[in-house]
Design a protein around this ligand. Structure first.
Ligand SMILES: CC(C)(COP(=O)(O)OP(=O)(O)OC[C@H]1O[C@@H](n2cnc3c(N)ncnc32)[C@H](O)[C@@H]1OP(=O)(O)O)[C@@H](O)C(=O)NCCC(=O)NCCS
Length: 190
């Protein structure tokens, strides 16, 4: 039996995480160069611009730099969400960020490619990755979202995360303070 006080082993395994999505396959996989155009399109989309720090002029070079940074990051891991309709194509991103090894706590960040939004894809991804994280001894998975970002908040709630509260003026985005809602699931939740 592993000592519950032992810190989380990090990084986590970076292998593909695979599940079901409707009649098809849900796959989280490593980034490849052919994901770059999809990353650019997704990052330039109006919703991404409104709720993230991504630049309007987000370029292929920015996408390359992002993938390099993530590959080297000691505190974050990135999976690409495979397009369930076109296997091998870009369908979104899923980031797992280490919050505390001692508290075995991580945070999720996500984007769905614009052409796949509103079909339950990120909800399915958040559910699947959370089960994977619990299997690897993560105790707390949290999501922080601007309460005005209805889609992001809906993903958290629909994936079984409890709304814990609202931190006021917790983020500065494009010259404006935003509140941030926190949602979480614990490995011990029912
Ligand atoms: C947030 C995001 C990842 C959601 O991805 P998705 O695959 O479309 O998510 P899902 O289809 O699983 O769920 C979206 C939910 O939001 C709801 N939704 C979408 N737009 C909405 C809106 N404008 N108002 C209210 N609800 C909305 C959908 O109806 C759905 O909920 P439901 O299943 O209860 O009907 C996607 O919109 C996105 O990439 N946004 C831009 C980047 C971003 O904001 N990332 C999060 C930063 S915290």
């Amino acid at each position: 039996m592993v000592d519950p006080a032992a810190p989380l082993s990090w990084p986590l395994p970076s292998a593909d995480i695979v599940g079901e999505f409707g009649d098809g396959t849900l796959r989280l996989r490593a980034p490849v160069n052919s994901d770059l155009p999809g990353l650019v399109t997704s990052s330039r989309h109006a919703d991404s611009q409104r709720f993230t720090h991504l630049e309007k002029s987000y370029s292929r070079g920015d996408a390359e730099a992002f993938l390099r940074t993530m590959a080297r990051s000691p505190v974050a891991m990135l999976w690409i969400v495979d397009d369930p309709d076109s296997p091998g194509q870009f369908g979104g991103t899923l980031e797992v960020r280490l919050v505390s090894r001692e508290a075995r706590c991580v945070e999720l960040g996500y984007t769905t490619a614009p052409h796949l939004r509103g079909r339950g894809l990120m909800t399915a991804v958040a559910r699947m990755v959370t089960e994977f994280l619990f299997d690897y001894r993560v105790h707390r998975v949290q999501i922080k979202a601007n309460p005005e970002n209805a889609a992001s908040c809906a993903v958290a709630v629909n994936a079984g995360f409890a709304h814990e509260g609202t931190a006021r003026d917790a983020e500065m985005l494009r010259g404006r303070f935003n509140d941030l809602d926190t949602f979480a699931r614990l490995s011990t939740d029912e």
